[in-house]
Design a protein around this ligand. Structure first.
Ligand code: DC
Length: 223
């Protein structure tokens, strides 16, 4: 079974997908983490991010692995654990450039499809229901008011000891969503048959239960 969850940044996709994958014993695929790891490698090598050819060529020489653990996922870049590093601001601010390149996306999508060919998966990102798995069993488009998303992101950053003003976070989210929605290849977009969930006024538990009921109903052939 393939469950696709898409939506803008900080809408609660990852935390919800992690909780669901644990409850249902599905593999969790965090596709944003893959684009972040790719970006991190390019930054470390001091490659010019604006040069599509240079950044694309890196796809031949990069190994990204996602390891599901009981408390989330570990992201390995060329066998190094970069799970924390990829969440830092300098990666968040540049990942939209790297993820807009066709060859980069092709490489990541290949990896995502391979994982889903071997497991039941909950796959989360921006183009999962539209491009990666257009025949997913269930598609969710998760969103929330940008101010609420900024507040949630601020809390996540605090856990990493990163203190950032709410206004700055909101501006960054708006900028990233704008870039991700307006790019030519696989933009952030709700698939026609995706269930829209606005989580602005939902508790975390409500989000998880709502989607879980949809998955169970789907599994029983109820819709
Ligand atoms: O979900 P996230 O914030 O970790 O994603 C980081 C960036 O990666 C996001 O700004 C856009 C890009 N991304 C993408 O282009 N396609 C996906 N399927 C997932 C993420």
């Amino acid at each position: 079974m393939i469950i696709a969850i898409d939506g803008p940044s900080a809408a609660g996709k990852s935390t919800t997908a992690i909780a669901l994958s644990r409850e249902l014993q599905f593999l969790y695929i965090d596709t944003g983490a893959m684009y972040r790891a790719y970006t991190l490698k390019a930054l470390r090598m001091k490659l010019p991010l604006e040069d599509e050819d240079v950044i694309s060529n890196l796809s031949r020489d990069i190994e990204i692995k996602l390891i599901n653990k009981s408390n989330g996922i570990t992201v390995l870049l060329d066998d190094e654990d970069v799970s924390q590093e990829i969440r830092r601001d300098y990666v968040s601010k540049t990942v939209s450039i790297v993820s807009s390149y066709r060859n980069v996306r092709e490489k990541m999508v290949e990896l995502q499809r391979k994982l889903a060919s071997e497991h039941d998966v909950i796959c989360e990102g921006r183009d999962i229901g539209t491009v990666v798995f257009p025949n997913a069993d269930l598609k969710i488009f998760m969103t929330a008011d940008v101010k609420e998303r900024a507040r949630r992101r601020q809390k996540d950053l605090e856990k990493l000891n990163i203190i950032k003003e709410l206004d700055e976070i909101e501006n960054d989210l708006n900028r990233r969503d704008q870039l991700d929605s307006s790019r030519k290849i696989s933009p952030l977009k709700r698939a026609d048959n995706a269930v829209l969930i606005d989580t602005t006024f939902m508790t975390f538990k409500e989000q998880v239960n709502f989607i879980k009921e949809l998955i169970l109903a789907k599994n029983e052939g109820k819709f």
